[in-house]
Design a protein around this ligand. Structure first.
Ligand code: AMP
Length: 113
């Protein structure tokens, strides 16, 4: 846990969220500013700054993030969706606790802006 991290505070229950999933490794909740009908954030409970901080010790949980993300999308009624993981401010990362966006429920354009 990191003291001043927004997502660590959400995991600890210090900041409310619309939680969809939690286990010993992973936590998922609805994005506060949804960009599509389904917009969920899935995060490791361990505070990792972003993909750049992932090492061999985290590989099991990274795979679990993807498996659980697919399960959440299915429960939300979506088979077609996008997983987005921004790494660094120039790429759009604003919260520096690794997270994947699970976005779907409408046609999604490509490439991103
Ligand atoms: P990123 O820009 O990739 O770092 O994504 C951060 C995401 O966190 C944005 O989509 C925000 O809308 C979302 N967000 C920020 N604060 C909260 C919050 N309190 N609860 C849920 N989502 C949040």
């Amino acid at each position: 846990m990191s003291e001043n991290c927004l997502f660590c505070k959400i995991i600890k229950g210090e900041i409310p969220c619309d939680k969809l999933y939690e286990d010993e490794d992973v936590f998922a909740f609805r994005d506060i500013a949804p960009q599509a009908p389904m917009h969920v954030l899935i995060i490791p409970k361990e505070h990792l700054r972003g993909p750049e901080a992932v090492g061999e010790a985290n590989e099991r949980v990274m795979g679990k993030l993807m498996r659980v993300a697919n399960e959440i999308a299915g429960k939300e009624g979506q088979t077609d969706y996008r997983l987005v993981c921004n790494n660094g401010a120039v790429a759009g990362q604003t919260v520096f606790h690794l997270h994947m966006h699970i976005i779907g429920g409408r046609p999604l354009g490509w490439p991103p802006g």
